[in-house]
Design a protein around this ligand. Structure first.
Ligand SMILES: [Zn+2]
Ligand SMILES: [Zn+2]
Length: 266
């Protein structure tokens, strides 16, 4: 059991270490000359689109496309949790929609970063259009080659992957959280990296970065907390009804970068 708890905790630190190493280069479209055309917009580093996601100046609508390998469909409750989470934080007056589409296994497990990019290249169909900003998520039928313990990763400005088989291993059993609760926690966490947390595209209003663990929050009760030394986060998931929330410091950061100033629902 302890191994599983630690496995979950490691993923919370993974996104930053991964994105630090895997930032898009000029070769794959990560140019720095302000060229935000539709073709290259989705190939930027994590955090690049934080303001576009939070504010309504450039994009009034958000469309999230989730592609999952069959048998790894996201739980309805996870989709609902993500919708509620984003509606409380984003200024998207024309709405937030999430679609889910099943695909056959690409047969690539375990997935390297290149494999994940390849799947996105082959399967992503939603790209920005007019006032609509798009985010792509992939639920893989395997683990992360670079880190066997990863449950999810945010790897580009509008892209994330959940490692579905790893989530199933760590949920639904005795003394484990439900699949929906664990999946929601990881998904909300990865989306929060896309929103620029912590100190990665969305500037901090107060210093609350846990620098030892990359772009994470120093509050152990916050959704953006990471620790590999204790079971605090998973312990609190077991028996909890909902994923951890963002704390005031993280919410202040999002609001200062264009996010919704008053939550519309709990
Ligand atoms: Zn993280
Ligand atoms: Zn926080």
């Amino acid at each position: 059991m302890m191994r599983k708890l630690i496995a979950f905790l490691l993923v919370l630190g993974l996104t930053t270490s991964c994105t630090d190493e895997e930032e898009p280069s000029p070769d794959n479209g990560g140019d720095d000359n302000g060229d935000d055309n539709v073709q290259n917009y989705h190939k930027k580093p994590v955090g690049y689109s934080a303001n576009d996601l939070l504010a309504s100046e450039e994009f009034k609508q958000l469309q999230i496309e989730i592609i999952y390998v069959q048998n790894y469909a996201p739980e309805d409750a996870s989709i609902q949790n993500l919708t509620n989470f984003l509606q409380n934080r984003l200024n998207k007056p024309d709405g937030i929609t999430i679609s889910t589409t099943a695909i056959e296994s690409p047969g690539l497990a375990p997935y390297s970063t290149d494999d994940i990019l390849q799947v996105e290249g082959n399967k992503r169909t939603a790209f920005n259009s007019g006032n609509t900003l798009t985010v792509y998520g992939f639920i893989a039928d395997g683990k992360f080659e670079q880190n066997d313990n990863a449950l999810g990763v945010a790897y580009r400005n509008t892209s994330f992957t959940l490692f579905g088989s790893k989530i199933e291993e760590n949920s639904g059993g005795i003394n484990q959280p439900s699949k929906a609760l664990l999946e929601s926690t990881v998904m909300n966490h990865e989306l929060s990296h896309l929103l620029g947390l912590v100190n990665n595209g969305t500037p901090m209003q107060n210093d609350h970065q846990d620098e030892e663990h990359g772009h994470h929050c120093d509050n152990e009760d916050c959704l953006m907390y990471w620790t590999a030394e204790t079971g605090d986060i998973v312990s609190s998931l077991v028996g909890a009804d909902d994923p951890p929330s963002l704390d005031d410091n993280c919410i202040d950061d999002l609001q200062a970068n264009g996010g919704r100033s008053v939550a519309i629902q709990k």
